[in-house]
Design a protein around this ligand. Structure first.
Ligand SMILES: [Ca+2]
Ligand SMILES: [Ca+2]
Ligand SMILES: [Ca+2]
Length: 197
């Protein structure tokens, strides 16, 4: 019995640690659109007539070095194509009041989207310009699986820290083990006493 519980305890610990090491997906698709015109490396227009600004990054302006390269890179991936927008849930539009702010996903292959904000950073076309919004560039993954069926993961689950999981699983199991140990000792004492009698 004791050995079985020890195995259970170890299994719980392994499960808790595995849960904690799974890379959290940040994929959230609020809107699907077709890009009609690329303005520069961090701005484009979509078929609804809206202008979209990439969240939390900045590419060079048209008088700066790297402007054309960033614009060409983005145009090659999105112009005339379908994009998947994770729009900022906090403010939706930027401080100019004219541009939708979001993370832009494009089709990478049959199983994955590519986070274009992250791709621009990774390829040195853009720099991080972290604003107050729902996004944190540190959490972006370059690729996101299309198989994730819950595009709006609950923030409570996303931010559920590993130590809470450990405490929730390990404390009851440890208490149970201790309880059984004490109970076992008591039983032994009773048996010994009965034998002695
Ligand atoms: Ca810019
Ligand atoms: Ca969103
Ligand atoms: Ca941010």
């Amino acid at each position: 019995m004791h050995r079985k519980l020890t195995i259970l305890f170890l299994a719980c610990m392994i499960i808790s640690l595995s849960v904690g090491t799974v890379e959290a997906s940040t994929l959230e698709i609020d809107r699907v659109a077709v890009v009609t015109k690329v303005i520069d490396g961090d701005t484009f227009d979509i078929d609804s007539g809206d202008r979209v600004r990439f969240a939390d990054i900045n590419t060079p302006e048209n008088i700066e070095v790297g402007y054309q390269e960033a614009k060409d890179y983005v145009a090659g991936l999105v112009e005339g194509k379908t994009v998947y927008l994770d729009i900022d849930d906090k403010y939706t539009i930027d401080t100019t009041g004219t541009r939708i702010v979001g993370v832009i996903y494009v089709n990478y292959n049959s199983t994955h989207y590519m986070n274009l904000n992250k791709a621009l950073l990774q390829n040195h076309y853009a720099t991080v310009w972290d604003h107050d919004n729902e996004f944190d560039p540190a959490n972006w993954n370059l690729f996101e699986s299309k198989t994730i069926t819950t595009p709006n993961p609950s923030p409570t689950i996303q931010e559920f820290p590993i130590f809470v999981i450990l405490v929730l699983v390990l404390v009851p199991v440890t208490l149970l083990l201790l309880g059984l140990k004490v109970y076992g000792k008591k039983q032994n004492a009773i048996i010994s006493f009965a034998t002695f009698q």
